[in-house]
Design a protein around this ligand. Sequence first.
Ligand SMILES: Cc1cc2nc3c(=O)[nH]c(=O)nc-3n(C[C@H](O)[C@H](O)[C@H](O)COP(=O)(O)O)c2cc1C
Ligand SMILES: Nc1ncnc2c1ncn2[C@@H]1O[C@H](COP(=O)(O)OP(=O)(O)O)[C@@H](O)[C@H]1O
Length: 315
Amino acid sequence: METIYLTYPLTEEEIAEHARTQVVAIGQFDGLHLGHASVIESAVRVAAEQGLPSAVMTFHPHPKEVMKKGDYEGYLTPPTVKEKIIRQMGVDYLYIVEFNDDFSRVSPGDFVNGMLLPLGIHTAVVGFDFHFGYRGEGHAEMLRELSDYKLGVTIVPPLRVEGDKVSSSGIRLDLQEGNVKQIRRLLGRPYSLAGVVMHGEKRGRTIGFPTANLKLDEHYVLPRKGVYAVRVNHNDQVLQGVMNLGVKPTFHADETVPSIEIHLLDFNEDLYGKPLSVELIDFIREERRFASIDELVAQISNDAGTAKRILSNKD
Ligand SMILES: Cc1cc2nc3c(=O)[nH]c(=O)nc-3n(C[C@H](O)[C@H](O)[C@H](O)COP(=O)(O)O)c2cc1C
Ligand SMILES: Nc1ncnc2c1ncn2[C@@H]1O[C@H](COP(=O)(O)OP(=O)(O)O)[C@@H](O)[C@H]1O
C-alpha cells in the first residue's frame, strides 16, 4: 500500500501523479470498527470485481479537533495505527487529506469536482451516514448528482452487533465506562494504546510490583481510570500484564494527569525506552486510595491473580 498526503486544492502535479481509475472508500474511519471495516472491504471487493486498484481516502487531523468542537478528546485510532490496519486489509492506496480551516469551507460540489473526479475516482464507497463538504452539508446520496452522474456510488448500510449500530461515538462512550470487552466486539480486536516506556517514581520495584510507565506515542482517547487485564506486545512477544490507568491517590492528593503503568506477569527485564503496545482485555476495578502501602500491595497482588485468570481464558 502506498500512502499519499494531499491538500485541497490539488495541484496539476498531484493530479498528474495520482490520478488513476480507482475505487475509493471515503470516511474519517476513526476507530476502524467493524462498520468501517465493512465499508473498506466493500471497496476492496468492488475494485477486484472491476479489475481496478482499491483506495481509502481519510482526513487528518480529525475535523472535530480542527473545528474545536467541545467533545473532541483524541483519537481512537491515531494515524499510524489507522494506516497499519488499512494496510492489512489489502488496500492499494491510502490518501490522507489535510483537514484545515480552508478545507472545512470547501463546498460539497467542489469536493466532488475538485478532489474526487480529478483523482479518477470510478466508484466511491461510503457508509450510510457519510457527510462531506462545508458544515457536512453533503451526504452520500448527493455524490452521484454532484458529479453529474460520473461517479459510481456504493452506500454501505449500518452494521449491527447484537442489535446495536456500531459507531465511533458509541465506542467513545464505552471507553468512558471501561467497557473494553464490548469494545473488543465492536472493533473486532481489542482497544490498544502504543507508547514508549519512560522513567517513573521508582517506587514499583520497592513494593514488589515494578510497573512500566507508558508515554503514549499519539493523542489517544483514554478509557475510564482503573485497573485492567492487558496483553502487551513487546519485541514480537505477547506478554500478560495488569495495568493501572490513574492518578495514584494513595500517593498523590491532587494529581490530575493520569499515568499508565503496566506490571508484566512473570517478567523481569529492563524496558526503559522500549516501545510497547497494550491491548485492553477486561476492566478489573476502579482505582482507589489505600490507607497503607501494605493494603495497596495486597490489592495489586490480587489484581495480578485476576488478570492471570482472565488472560488464561482463550476467548
Ligand atoms: C495493578 C495495579 C493496580 C494499582 N492500583 C492502584 C490504586 O488503586 N490506587 C493507587 O493509588 N495506586 C494504584 N496503583 C499504582 C501504584 O501506586 C504504583 O504502581 C506505584 O506507586 C509505583 O509507581 P512507579 O512505577 O511510578 O514507581 C496500581 C498499580 C498497579 C500495577
Ligand atoms: N515485570 C515487570 N513489569 C514491568 N516492568 C518491569 C518488570 N520487570 C522489570 N521491569 C523494569 O522495571 C521498570 C519499572 O520499575 P519501577 O520501580 O516501577 O520504576 P519506574 O517508576 O521508573 O517505572 C520498568 O520500566 C522495566 O524497565
